[in-house]
Design a protein around this ligand. Structure first.
Ligand SMILES: [Zn+2]
Length: 265
């Protein structure tokens, strides 16, 4: 029997549409605790006894609760109960905690542009990605961010290092250290990678706020109504990238820029 299939010849890999159906059904987090970094598990029957990938007998579990189930610390009946009453549908959001470290400086990468500032991105008067200093010596700063879809809905937020995704999204997928949100199979709203101990890399994103659209493309270009950032480093005491206002500062306010490549439309 090949290692990647069971005694009935069922392959371990689950088709993508079935995985998404299960993620969506349970609100995109571990059914027990809501942890967003979770994987699909067969529980009724277990994978070794399954003839097919039937979504009804499959659920989403984080590493801790998957190990607990395998070890027997969490029974099949308990998993079935949580599967019927998933954490994210009762408590609101799939979540994940960011790990930052003492001695590191918070950095956000928007596509190919690296930003080191207090407020990394602001559209008009609204802060969209920023950090706050923290008294805890083991956790010296707290990341905050809001990602908005074109209809104004929040797709994902970071509140003081806690990531919370909106369970109303069409799909929220976590792989390794990446979170990806889609509104349709080919329409990526957000793709962010956690780069501990101090960085977030935003590979794809779309913000719509106050009539201004900001789009991070697959090639790392940051497109705004006023021009596109192609890449580089921005270092600023306060605001790294200001788009839209305040008018006195111009449409872009980049603090001290280090080889920022800017293309005006
Ligand atoms: Zn869990």
């Amino acid at each position: 029997m090949p290692a990647n299939e069971n005694k009935y010849g069922l392959k371990r890999s689950v088709p993508a549409p079935i995985k998404r159906e299960i993620r969506k059904r349970v609100g995109f987090g571990c059914v027990v605790c809501g942890e967003a970094f979770a994987t699909i598990e067969h529980f009724s029957p277990e994978f070794s006894d399954a003839h097919e990938h039937s979504p009804d007998g499959m659920t989403l579990l984080c590493g801790t609760h998957q190990i607990g189930t395998t070890a027997g610390r969490l029974t099949k009946e308990q998993v079935a109960h949580h599967n019927r009453n998933p954490y994210c549908l009762k408590n609101g959001h799939p979540w994940a905690e960011m790990n930052v470290a003492t001695g590191s400086v918070p950095v956000v990468q928007l596509g190919n542009t690296k930003i080191n500032a207090s407020v990394f991105l602001k559209i008009k008067s609204r802060k969209l990605i920023w950090f706050t200093p923290n008294d805890d010596p083991n956790c010296p700063f707290l990341f905050n961010a809001v990602f908005l879809a074109s209809d104004g809905k929040v797709t994902l937020e970071i509140n003081e290092n806690i990531i919370e995704a909106n369970p109303e999204n069409w799909d929220v997928q976590t792989v390794g250290r990446t979170i990806k949100i889609n509104s349709a199979p080919q329409n990526i709203l957000l793709e962010l990678e956690l780069l501990p101990p101090n960085e977030i890399k935003i590979k794809r994103a779309k913000w719509s706020y106050g009539g201004i659209d900001v789009d991070i493309h697959q090639d790392g270009l940051v497109e705004t109504p006023y021009g596109s950032l192609m890449g580089g480093d921005i270092r600023a005491g306060f605001v790294g990238l200001q788009i839209g206002s305040p008018p006195k500062l111009g449409r872009f306010y980049n603090g001290v820029c280090k080889h920022v490549l800017l293309r005006r439309n």
